[in-house]
Write a protein that binds this ligand. Structure first.
Ligand code: ZN
Length: 504
């Protein structure tokens, strides 16, 4: 073995060691966050915040240490097509994002956000935008400053977006939304003209919580969720969190009078979890562990929730079981009636309760508003009015209050500018990927009708999950489907499914 090879191997080993330490600290912090949501008594809040801040700081300091930069430089000529090269590329990306933000700015952002969140909670509770406005006025200039520090080619928003969807650009998203709007807005108009026939009402009733939990567990076990490498707990806001590919946890909430939130929420979080459980275990404790972007992640959760969980085929197998679980509330509900209920389209104020058709317009509205806020073309004081105008334009409704309008989401109070579009990227990709899966494995739809999901899961594992963050989002889309992100399959899917459901 020559000296060069020897040195390069030492470099990689040194780099892997540093990155493993950073990953371990991150996992420890994630576990504290999980505990905070699941078990921690109220009194633990302050101590926990201190502990988590310390772990974050240690991880950050270790990562941005000049030694990391030196190792990355020494390994820079590795081909990103190789696993080692992909590791170095991803680590360098994260390193550059972390080192470009001055620590003074990071501190100011953290402080502003930690004050904004409780203010937002209060503002929403009293539906009083003026309580939140001054905080948003503080957060926005810091976000702009961060965008400048991170750097961008075309628009400051791109720099923020890149933190959640590496490589995504505002201009491309605008084109994506324009295509979606053209297809979806007229569809909603035609559905709305029919008036709400109350078809979703059968999902409300007396649905025993324990029975809901058991049914959900049965479904996600059949999906392929590995309980030896995961668990499910209850939280106020459902989420999926992981500490490497071998410990991937989900949480769910139950409404004893409404079937939908737990049923579809559990499928959704399991979609995220299957992605994480499917990552190549050799990537554990490296930046390649974990899904490649928020958008690709959401494509997995939405696929299991909607393309599988809200399909007629799925319920042809599962409805008799569901009816057996809830004989009383579902006694007189026919399978087809149930299928129509879980796919009811009804423009409403609240994003998280939106159906498949209206959902993306909620995102479009937020995307347009946050771009305008970041570039300064929309003043904070004018935000509520702009929100209501867009709600009227896209969904034909006026929010009854600020609480159910402009104040409904936590994101902006947490400084998450650039996050919202990843929900729609996920929706679009869910269908693009699913079509490709069915093309490669034509037995998938029939399997779903028998409650058999291994053909779909193994295709996802092979083509998407196992790669973790080895490929950037654009690369994985191109590798899997042979073309970039494409709205056509998604629009086709909506038109076919809801055209039939609403006889359009
Ligand atoms: Zn999700």
């Amino acid at each position: 073995m020559d000296r060069m090879t020897e040195t390069k191997r030492d470099t990689l080993e040194g780099l892997r060691k540093r990155l493993a330490t950073v990953a371990d600290l991150g996992s420890a912090n994630a576990l504290l966050a999980w505990d905070q949501q699941v078990y921690m008594p109220k009194g633990g809040v302050e101590g926990r915040a201190e502990g988590m801040a310390t772990l974050s700081r240690l991880a950050h300091e270790h990562f941005v240490d000049p030694e990391t930069g030196r190792l990355l430089d020494a390994a820079r000529d590795l081909d990103p097509e190789t696993e080692d090269g992909a590791l170095v590329r991803r680590a360098r990306r994260d390193y550059e994002r972390s080192t470009r933000l001055p620590s003074r700015l990071v501190e100011e952002m953290t402080r502003a956000e930690s004050l904004a969140e409780p203010a937002w909670v209060e503002a929403r509770a009293s539906s009083d935008f003026s309580l939140f406005a001054p905080h948003l006025e503080k957060i926005l200039p810091l976000q702009r400053e961060a965008a400048e520090a991170l750097g961008y080619e075309d628009h400051p928003y791109d720099a923020l977006l890149d933190g959640y969807e590496p490589g995504a650009k505002k201009a491309r998203l605008e084109a994506m939304f324009e295509e979606l709007k053209k297809g979806i807005v007229p569809m909603i108009r035609r559905i709305s003209e029919r008036g709400d026939d109350g078809r979703a009402a059968v999902l409300r009733g007396d649905f025993d919580e324990a029975a809901q939990e058991k049914f959900g567990e049965e479904v996600v076990t059949a999906f392929g969720y590995d309980w030896d490498r995961g668990r499910q707990d209850r939280t106020v806001h459902p989420f999926c969190i992981n500490f490497g590919p071998n410990d991937v946890r989900i949480t769910t909430r139950f409404d004893p009078e409404w079937l939908s939130p737990a049923l579809f929420g559990t499928m959704h979080e399991t979609g995220h979890a299957l992605y994480e459980q499917g990552v190549d275990p050799r990537y554990a404790r490296t930046p390649l562990s974990g899904g490649t972007s928020m958008g690709v992640h959401e494509s997995q959760s939405r696929m299991w929730e909607n393309l599988v969980g809200r399909s007629r085929g799925f319920w042809s197998h599962y409805y008799p079981k569901l009816q057996g679980t809830f004989p009383e509330p579902l006694r007189d509900v026919e399978p087809e009636q149930f299928y129509r209920a879980i796919n009811a389209v009804s423009p409403s104020e609240i994003r998280v309760e939106a159906d498949e058709v209206t959902y993306n317009l909620h995102i479009l509205l937020r995307f347009e508003l946050e771009v305008a806020l970041i570039e300064g073309s929309l003043a904070v004081a004018d935000l509520p009015e702009a929100w209501n105008a867009k709600m009227e334009e896209y969904l034909g409704i006026t929010p009854g209050s600020y609480a159910t309008g402009v104040l409904q989401d936590v994101h902006w109070s947490s400084g998450l500018f650039g996050y919202f579009p990843t929900y729609t990227i996920g929706n679009v990709l869910s269908v693009q990927f699913f079509e490709e899966a069915v093309k490669a494995r034509p037995e998938i739809p029939e399997g779903i009708q028998r409650g058999e999901f291994s053909a779909l899961l193994s295709w996802l594992r092979e083509n998407i999950h196992r790669h973790g963050s080895r490929y950037l989002p654009d690369e994985i889309v191109e590798r899997v489907t042979g073309r970039p992100l494409d709205t056509a399959p998604y629009l086709r899917y909506l038109e076919t499914k809801f055209g039939e459901l609403y006889e359009l």
